[in-house]
Design a protein around this ligand. Sequence first.
Ligand SMILES: [Zn+2]
Length: 296
Amino acid sequence: MKQFKIWDSHVHLFPPEIYRNWDRYAVRDETFANLTRKPANGKGTEEAWVDIEESLACAQEAGVHGLVMQGWYWNDAGMMRLHNDYMAEAVHKYPDRLKGFISVNPKFGEEALAELERCKDMGFSGIGELGPGGNGYDFEDQDFLAVLDWARVHDMPVCIHCGEPVGHKYPGKDMTSLAPLPELIKKSPDLKLILAHMGGGLPFYEMNPRYRKAFGNVRYDMAANPLLYDIRSIRAVIAMVGPERLLYGSDFPLLLYPSKCRRADFTLFLEDIRKNAGLTAEEESRIMGDNLLEFL
Ligand SMILES: [Zn+2]
């Protein structure tokens, strides 16, 4: 069995400047405030704020080699730039263990494209996580499509937050219709996409023979899976799309088992996967690391 390194394809590492001064920054961005406010009763999920070094130590302890820092869907351009600068510096400092995706809000229009230009030689590996619901656009929006065009021209993968269109309500629930995505994917076969949170259920719909072949450049991640689905969903997605297009990702440092553990942690989800997802050794090496490195 060849050795593989575990890469988490979906973590969010915010600048300490922002979370240490949460009150001051939260008033600038209502979506950020709503998604990261501490639960009043001390229960339920929340961001367990940690900086780069703490995250890397936590990863190492769990046997996770590398982290892909996803950006955030800021509604404040200053916070977007601050976050991008923070991630660029981190990648520069730990090039072997960190990769970063550029934060961008397509609704900033020209300013969004200017931010992509500013960041393009700063060592980033992709763009995202885009959050349509959090920034108020849908998958037919011209500004969103302009960002995808930029990504295609620069051969950068784009990670998009996909919400499941059914189920319980929670802060951050994104009901943006996924309906335009299959057609969009079919029209842009060379666009590399990571559809987060198991694509909000899209793996099932891509089994439609009209679309199936067009999804070769689409990957799904399992970020926040324990908060959304039974662990058997991992096996189900493999059955539908194969083990080549699923990426391990956690949404760290979001608490994934809030009633069991209230600090930043990679181990519980990894244990759950190892014990209960029923992966073969070959599937494990692909999903936990190799798929991501090949894709990027
Ligand atoms: Zn997300």
